[in-house]
Design a binder for this molecule. Sequence first.
Ligand code: PLP
Length: 426
Amino acid sequence: MFEKSQKAYSEAKDVIPGGVDSPVRAFTSVGGTPPFIQKGQGAYIYDIDGNKYLDFVQSWGPLIFGHCNKEIEDAVIETVKKGLSFGAPTELETQLAHEIVDMHDNIDKVRFVSSGTEAVMSAIRLARGVTKRDDILKFEGCYHGHSDSLLVQAGSGLATFGTPSSPGVPADLTKHTLLCEYNNVENLKQCFKDSKDIACIIIEPIAGNMGLVPASAEFLKACRDLCDEHGALLIFDEVMSGFRASLTGAHGIVETSADIVTFGKVIGAGMPVGAFASSSKIMDHLSPDGAVYQAGTLSGNPVAMAAGLVSLKKLKANPEIYDDLSAKAIKLTQGLKKVAQDNNIPMVVDTRGSMFGFFFNENQPMNIKEVATSDFERFSTFHSEMLKRGFYFACSQYETGFISTVMTDDDIDNCIKAAHEVMEIL
Ligand SMILES: *Cc1c(COP(=O)(O)O)cnc(C)c1O
């Protein structure tokens, strides 16, 4: 049932490293062949072998309205006909910036880029430029894109400073990155004792890249307080959670407010868009107003802006969408948990708006070490058995699932029914 995909995969491997343009797509952690996708429609995707799947991945987050939303599609087509890119300002950029600014009290200005990686990289440069400090603090298990100084892992012993997690990243480029345990206030305080040169904390306030592991309200408040006390800036990386967890992302759920926020995924509705945003006071440090350099040939691309604009306008005009998404995420996860329990399989679940996570674990993980105690083998079997039954879950326990507005209660019921069959053989 995957013959054509198998062939396509092998052909891709001849000319593309690992056959994919982003490693997670290769299904390495669950095994098997990644289905090659032919098309999407609504809540479903179709592979080249003719299999149909309910899509919980949604291009890893952007497609909150599912595939081929008519309004987004129309806006894109209309814009394409006027030219693909100008490298000159267009009004669409201002309009999309307004959608973001108007919704966030802590944001006056936005700069658009073309990916989440670029957004975070630029936000960090800005924080360093503003504070005139070099060190940055990140948390284990949080992903902020693939730029050099963020590809770090815990060093040996008690070292607070990270070591490169990928060949090709010089240790000199990670020596300013402090690494701390997520949801661990004591560890965080220690970092601020170890360095007096911290420019910023960067955090996924709702971590979605170690599975779904939200930061506690207490932990985020500690981040805020320590930044204030030490003159550092707090960056919320909301590339995934922005317009996903709520209309204002994590900001709509927790009290703590960040100095700089990064966006991506949903704000481009499937087109390559990222953004970073802050108060005028901070953003005015950016070139051409200020001295912190940042640029991009295709930044603010009109086609991408048009897609994002329709998407954010729709969300803003229909905030009840989030109640519906959230109800469906809860229905799905509670349903999965129940069928797991019925089969004596330990499972914990959590949701934030349209984001959902589940671990084959006795306890709710609070950090990456606890995530690693989950039963990955069981996940792998669950994943491939669900795939066979037409349910496309993220191919790693370290990812988050997403509900789209076009998913119906029937879709979710069918998924739980299939999960029931699968749990019996896990
Ligand atoms: C996806 C993601 C990124 C990276 O975005 P890309 O568009 O893949 O470069 C950064 N931060 C978070 C929290 C993400 O989920």
